[in-house]
Design a protein around this ligand. Structure first.
Ligand code: NAD
Length: 347
């Protein structure tokens, strides 16, 4: 799509810190003149409390299905009971089969122990234990089914290799636990090997998930593209985002056929909600991915440059602030305003 033509996307603020970081992100996108218009929808906690059991009212579904692109703040899901995750419902209902989570160190601006880290996690987004097939066999015995299908394995493996090729990446590492789950993870690994054979220009390797996660934490620079089933991919991406300095830095794209949802990696952070403390960077980077998806790569680059200049100036939210290293500790909205002031500048 041509960059000049504004596209309307659905916008869901989400819960907890969601409204604050959404406000900050919209402020930056508007100041940058991004070719996008927002159509707000309400989903999440407020809807559950209103009696909408899925957390997504029919009107919101209509808006999301109409625009086919959603920028979403994090949503609170109760632990160990209560309603089903709305994030899972959205991903499954919209057929968003690939969750793409780029993760790189921003050294020297945000110094890390691993300046060479620059990887993309491709997480299968619809199956695995996230299929939500759970049973209570007796009052004392519970069961969760792990669903892994060949079509989904093929689709996500091919997506990972195509992404690697398109982005000039050299290697795809599949992580699974097929020494234990020989049938389900075994299928994921086997299909990976079959698909890898179609991409001789890209190195393919496999790690068992436990040592793979340990290596990611210790030597993230050895990875390029990581492919994983749903649950492992979720855990890996929080580990990866935290290595770069804060879970608040991670953005993600949920991709389907002609439909996509963009969000931060992190959750609704109820511990800091409403305090103007949250780092909006994860959602901002996700919004930049959305602009690229919509064909407005130029504005995405301009926003990312202004964001980098702001961090370079030592203007940091609390999660990144380091005494003696940062210059100024700012809140969510002030951070966004500083990014707006830096639009047009290059790091
Ligand atoms: P969380 O990511 O919300 O918070 C973990 C820690 O990181 C907290 O200390 C929090 O303050 C901090 N943090 C998170 N985002 C931050 C940011 N932008 N800036 C600064 N600090 C940040 O994880 P959690 O506490 O396990 O989950 C809270 C809720 O979010 C749960 O209901 C969970 O289900 C939900 N959740 C939603 C999504 C999503 O919507 N995609 C993803 C993960 C978790």
């Amino acid at each position: 799509r041509p960059a000049a033509q504004a596209t309307t996307v659905a916008l869901a603020e989400g819960d907890g810190i969601g409204p604050e970081i959404t406000q900050a992100v919209v402020k930056v996108l508007e100041a940058a003149g991004a070719a996008v218009k927002f159509d707000p929808v309400t989903v999440g906690e407020a809807c559950y409390l209103d009696g909408v059991s899925s957390g997504i009212p029919e009107s919101a579904w209509e808006t999301i299905r109409q625009h086919r692109v959603l920028l979403k703040g994090p949503i609170t899901t109760p632990q160990g009971g209560g309603y089903k995750s709305l994030n899972v419902t959205l991903r499954k209902s919209l057929g968003l089969f690939a969750n793409v989570r780029p993760c790189r160190a921003w050294d020297p601006v945000l110094p890390t122990r691993h300046p060479d880290m620059d990887l993309i996690i491709v997480r299968e987004n619809e199956e695995d234990t996230y299929a939500g097939i759970e049973h209570r066999q007796t009052t004392e015995v519970t069961q969760c089914l792990k669903l892994i299908s060949r079509p989904a394995c093929e689709r996500i493996a091919r997506y990972a290799f195509e992404l690697a090729r398109a982005q000039g990446r050299k290697k795809v590492t599949c992580m699974s636990k097929d020494n234990i789950m020989k049938i389900t993870d075994g299928l994921f690994h086997r299909v990976f090997k079959e698909v890898a054979a179609e991409y001789p220009d890209i190195e393919a390797e496999h790690c068992i998930i436990d040592i793979g996660t340990a290596l990611l934490a210790d030597q993230p620079g050895r990875f390029d593209v990581i492919l994983a089933p749903n649950l492992y991919g979720d855990v890996l991406s929080d580990v990866a985002a935290q290595i770069t300095g804060s879970v608040g830095l991670g953005g993600s794209a949920n991709i389907g056929e002609g439909c996509a949802m963009f969000e931060a990696v992190h959750g609704s952070a109820p511990d800091i909600a409403g305090k103007d403390m949250a780092n909006p960077s994860g959602m901002l980077l996700a919004a930049c991915e959305m602009l690229r998806y919509l064909g407005d790569a130029q504005t995405a680059a301009q926003i990312q440059d202004a964001w980098m200049v702001t961090l370079e100036e030592g203007v940091h939210t609390g999660d990144l602030y380091k005494e003696g290293k940062s210059r100024e500790k700012v809140g969510t909205q002030a951070f966004a305003e500083r990014i707006c002031e830096n639009l047009g500048r290059k790091p």
